[in-house]
Design a protein around this ligand. Structure first.
Ligand code: DC
Length: 227
């Protein structure tokens, strides 16, 4: 599918809702770049951990963010992530960084820095950007806004599979961590995880990846043809 206008497509949703997979597939089909905004919060969280900057000190984290170069290089699926030139693509997916990223992202001064950079990255369009606040805060005028959601048990199961583990215990642990992160992301003061009023909400609980991609593609086509 090709669209003549280079659209900005926002895909938001909680962890395990299918954002990364759907965004990557959609970007590939459209010939767009796929940018994972969460990777930026993850990279900053990693630097804060390494420098022992307290995760509850918003001002110190803002200064750190301003003095940090985070690059997202689109590749097949997802992004290669460079933190001050160092490849941290794997490290930022680990459980300690995941929890820290959710804490780092609660601070409004940190979000201001990140949102400004995300706008710059996506301003020319031809981009599928995924995150929590893309349709509400980063690109409130995005051409297409999708909010993916799924039952928490299903999201935890997907994460467990993704991590290569699968025992009942692993799943319980993942579910507990996911619930804690969801709660923090959804109830934070600054840009909480909520669907934009004009987002198309897609519940992926009982849908295959192909079904979701087809549905989202349909929305993009409709917008591109100026419905
Ligand atoms: O999408 P992710 O799991 O990689 O995101 C990691 C954390 O970053 C997540 O807990 C919330 C935060 N985040 C955010 O606040 N805003 C975004 N646009 C993307 C991620």
């Amino acid at each position: 599918m090709s669209t003549s206008r280079k659209l900005i497509i926002a895909i938001d949703g909680p962890a395990g809702s299918g954002k990364s997979t759907i965004a990557a597939r959609l970007a590939k089909k459209l010939g767009y770049i796929n940018l994972e905004s969460g990777a930026m919060y993850r990279a900053l969280a990693l630097k804060a951990m390494e420098r022992q900057v307290p995760l509850d000190d918003g001002e110190a984290l803002r200064k750190l963010a301003e003095n940090t170069v985070i690059e997202l290089e689109p590749r097949g699926e997802g992004n290669r992530v460079l933190l001050d030139g160092r490849d941290v693509s794997q490290r930022i997916r680990e459980v300690d960084v995941t929890a820290a990223s959710s804490r780092v992202s609660t601070h409004p001064p940190v979000r201001r820095v990140m949102v400004a950079r995300q706008r710059e990255l996506g301003k020319d369009g031809g981009v599928v950007m995924e995150g929590r606040d893309i349709g509400t805060a980063v690109f409130p005028n995005a051409d297409v806004k999708i909010f993916l959601d799924a039952d928490a048990n299903v999201r935890a199961a997907r994460r467990t599979l993704q991590d290569g583990s699968g025992s009942h215990e692993d799943r319980r642990q993942v579910l507990a961590e996911l619930a804690a992160r969801d709660e923090r992301d959804r109830t934070r003061f600054a840009s909480p995880l909520i669907p934009a009023p004009d987002a198309v909400i897609v519940d992926t609980t009982h849908k295959s990846i192909d079904e979701v991609v087809a549905g989202v593609e349909g929305v993009v086509k409709a917008v591109a043809s100026g419905w």
